[in-house]
Design a protein around this ligand. Structure first.
Ligand code: TYD
Ligand code: ZN
Length: 409
């Protein structure tokens, strides 16, 4: 079975679920394709629900993991330079507070080793990564990497081989998990009694406040906020003790959890909970305009691009991130609208974007060619990219920024 549909909430198991956004049917956003495989492309509903009990925002349609993160995965974290810097400073933060030299750090969904590479030689590291090609990139950096998905069974094996972990991390993957109970139980088993589970995920408050509806895609099963996370960890005798907002991916939260300890919970947790309450995240009414707002962006963007094309001017796109594919497909863009997409990930170059089938090419093309308009799909790197491409802009190319609102710079 390649697609299942849950009927209960992933965190509290309740069934008071209301649909708050429907983006139509989309292929999985990281399944870049080629001419030969177009006929195999499958589409699944992309609908977002709100749980009236624990307030988790989530997808109920679950595409099979092996269809999303199969042997070959297109997302290499280290393709984005700002992300490499982010994970270096993340590692420094962990070193200053939570791990000492010699301690074991386990990273779930370790990708190409972007976090763990900062601990090699001083700490003991173990990556867990189901996608063979990205895991290989991590091993090439000297990072021991287990293949597969993290489970209670895998936690047991790791304890036998390496002992318990002082830190377990899961970054931009904790929201990808359908069976949260399996992961949280496995994490609890694998952690030392004073160990810390730290995860970073895209943050619902940023999603809602900045209209980042394109970050909705099948891999992102959960759109976290503090309240449902407290509920989740509470069920396992664990507690969220610190949360920090991060600028990555258009706004993320770093969440620290531990086994229930009786120690004080940091103020950050109470403060962010209160902010979420005030912003309406604990109430269905806050999401009343979610659909309308997404459609307004779509209409603006589609009419802008079609207008430019009528003037016989060229539009290309910059970056082929997962979220870019949600946006392209929601807008119904094809190669008639957008001639090509540039991306720094070698794996993506030469393939076609899923659904919209626009060729992905190396960013080198923009050294010689000057399209009139460049749609910035990787808008989360806006400042970095506008600065990096100042020469292209000086030659006359204008950037279209789609999110939080359509803007030409
Ligand atoms: P990213 O925003 O990290 O994530 P997601 O796939 O979760 O939406 O992806 C950024 C993509 O943009 C990635 O494929 C690399 C590409 N990219 C460029 O092409 N040029 C750049 O300068 C940067 C920073 C990223
Ligand atoms: Zn719930």
């Amino acid at each position: 079975m390649s697609h299942l549909r849950n009927v209960t909430c992933r965190v509290c198991k309740g069934s008071s679920l209301t649909r708050i956004l429907s983006l139509g049917e989309h292929p999985p956003v990281d399944n870049f394709t080629d001419a030969e495989h177009l006929k195999d492309e499958k589409r699944y509903p992309l609908d977002v629900y709100f749980c009236g009990t624990c307030n988790l925002v989530q997808l109920l349609d679950v595409v099979a993991e092996d269809e999303l993160f199969h042997g070959e995965y297109a997302y290499f974290s280290s393709a984005s330079k700002p992300l490499v810097d982010h994970f270096r400073s993340y590692a420094d933060d962990l070193k200053s507070e939570h791990v000492a030299p010699g301690d074991l750090i386990v990273d779930i969904g370790s990708n190409d080793g972007i976090l763990l590479q900062n601990f090699v030689g001083t700490h003991r590291v173990l990556g867990i990564e189901p996608s063979a090609n990205v895991a290989e990139a991590a091993r090439a950096k000297g990072i021991e990497t287990e293949s597969g998905f993290f489970t209670i069974e895998m936690a047991k094996r790791i304890i036998e081989m390496h002992g318990k972990a002082k830190v377990i991390s899961a970054n931009n993957v904790f929201a990808h998990i359908d069976d949260l109970d399996e992961i949280v139980q496995g994490v609890k088993d694998l952690l030392t009694d004073d160990g810390v589970f730290v995860s970073e995920s895209h943050y619902l408050l940023d999603l809602v406040e900045h209209g980042e509806f394109d970050t909705v895609y099948h891999e992102h099963l959960c759109y976290y906020s503090v309240k449902p996370l407290q509920h989740l960890f509470g069920r396992f005798g664990m507690e969220v003790f610190n949360v920090v907002r991060m600028p990555t991916h258009g706004g993320s939260i770093r969440v620290f959890a531990r086994k229930a300890s009786g120690l004080p919970i940091e103020n950050s947790v109470h403060e962010l909970f209160a902010l979420e309450e005030k912003a309406g995240l604990h109430s269905l009414a806050r999401f009343a305009d979610f659909q309308k707002d997404a459609e307004a962006i779509k209409e603006k963007l589609v009419s802008l691009v079609r207008q430019i094309r009528r003037e016989k001017k060229k539009v290309v796109a910059y970056g082929a991130p997962a979220k870019g594919n949600t946006l392209l497909n929601f807008c119904g863009f094809t190669q008639d609208d957008i001639e090509y997409v540039t991306d720094t990930t070698p794996y993506k170059i030469g393939l076609l974007t899923p659904g919209s089938h626009i060729p992905v090419v190396s960013p080198d093309i923009l050294k010689t060619e000057t399209p009139e308009y460049v749609l910035l799909l990787a808008w989360n790197y806006r400042d970095f990219i506008l600065e990096k491409e100042k020469e292209l802009r000086a030659r006359g190319a204008k950037f279209i920024i789609p999110i939080p609102s359509v803007e030409i710079v």
